[in-house]
Design a binder for this molecule. Structure first.
Ligand code: DOR
Ligand code: ZN
Length: 351
């Protein structure tokens, strides 16, 4: 059988991305801007992006860091807290550059300590979001330390997300970085207006990757990688052409020493090879022809934004991901560091 050698896609978007700030932002943004036209930029900075003013200033810093000659539009989101005011939500909608608000259950993940401690606290904000059409982006894990880490997503669906989607029947909800077959089933069966993003790491790896011949901190992210049966469910969902599932890398850079640590940070950096890694996952499933819709159509349609014009070309070319990238004064270890990757994006800007 002759293998396909190149694949042309509509220019894609990343619907879930961590860009950080300052030197870290400058180090990682070019990777994303090279492939993606737009990205939803997560607000879990320190301090978090909780106001329209902060989001506007952060947006300007991002725009300044876009390499010359590249077109990239950051789509901003506000970090919900127990005290987010409905007036701030209206202001966010009016800004035109904020597309949603992010729910971090307090303590669920990196920089989530200012997050929401009980869902009732954000009912007034959700009411207004539902009315004005801002999207709720959800980190879907319960936070009680006694709950098994592998069950936190499933329990969140039962305790919080399912009731929430019923209580606010018109609220648009993105269940971010789904990791389990239960999450896939929930999204498939949920009411209209519920969708999910899926990361490359959850499509390509199961939890064995974290423990292969030793402990591998660069495979640690939250929600944590799950079982092989879960991974299979994610592959089926991503490649099913169901418009409820779309691309969100959750690329989350951390300095090398903060991951290779007795208490290492959660997050995998994938922006250097995002589309290439998704292409591998889709090809393994024999569904490369479905990548375009997942990467470049479903997300825009869900958010009610135009699909991009322009194209990117993926070529079948073997290259080796660098062992590390510069990251301010530190180093950043990318996904698949030092290993072969089988696709490469060619853009009009690439060498
Ligand atoms: O692994 C993760 N890293 N999961 C998250 O939810 C946050 C992210 C980060 O900001 O590092
Ligand atoms: Zn994230």
């Amino acid at each position: 059988m002759s293998e396909i050698q190149s694949l042309t896609l509509r220019r894609p978007d990343d619907w879930h991305l961590h860009l950080r700030d300052g030197e870290a932002l400058a180090a990682v943004l070019p990777f994303t801007a090279r492939q993606f036209a737009r990205a939803v930029v997560m607000p879990n900075l320190k301090p978090p992006v909780t106001t329209v003013e902060q989001a506007g200033a952060y947006r300007q810093r991002i725009l300044k860091a876009v390499p010359h000659g590249l077109q990239f539009t950051p789509l901003m989101t506000l970090y919900l807290t127990n005290v987010t005011a409905p007036a701030e939500i209206l202001k966010a909608k009016a800004s035109g550059f904020i597309v949603g608000c992010k729910l971090y259950p307090a303590g669920a993940t990196t920089h989530s300590d200012a997050g929401v401690t009980a869902i009732e606290h954000i009912y007034p904000a959700l009411e207004v979001m539902q009315e004005c059409g801002l999207v709720l982006q959800v980190h879907g894990e319960v936070t009680q330390p006694e709950v098994d880490i592998f069950d936190r997503e499933s329990l969140f669906i039962e305790k919080t997300l399912a009731p929430l989607t019923e209580r606010f029947p018109y609220l648009k909800v993105v269940f971010e970085h789904v990791t389990t077959h239960k999450a896939v089933e929930f999204v498939q069966q949920a009411r209209q207006g519920v969708a999910a993003t899926i990361t490359p790491q959850h499509l390509l790896h199961n939890r064995n990757a974290i423990f292969q011949n030793g402990i591998r901190p660069h495979y640690y992210c939250l929600p944590v990688l799950k079982r092989e049966t879960d991974r299979q469910a994610l592959i089926n969902a991503a490649t099913s052409n169901n418009p409820r599932f779309f691309l969100g890398t959750d690329s989350a850079p951390h300095a090398q020493h903060t991951k290779e640590n007795a208490c290492g940070c959660a997050g995998m950096f994938s922006a250097h090879a995002a589309l290439e890694l998704y292409a591998e996952a889709f090809e393994q499933a024999g569904k490369l022809d479905r990548l375009d819709a997942f990467a470049s159509e479903h997300g825009a349609d869900f958010y009610g934004l135009p699909q991009n014009s322009g194209e990117v070309v993926l070529e079948r070319t073997e290259w080796t991901a660098p062992e590390h990238y510069p990251f301010g004064q530190d180093r950043l270890i990318p996904m698949r560091a030092g290993e072969k990757i089988h696709w490469r994006v060619r853009t009009e800007h690439s060498a």
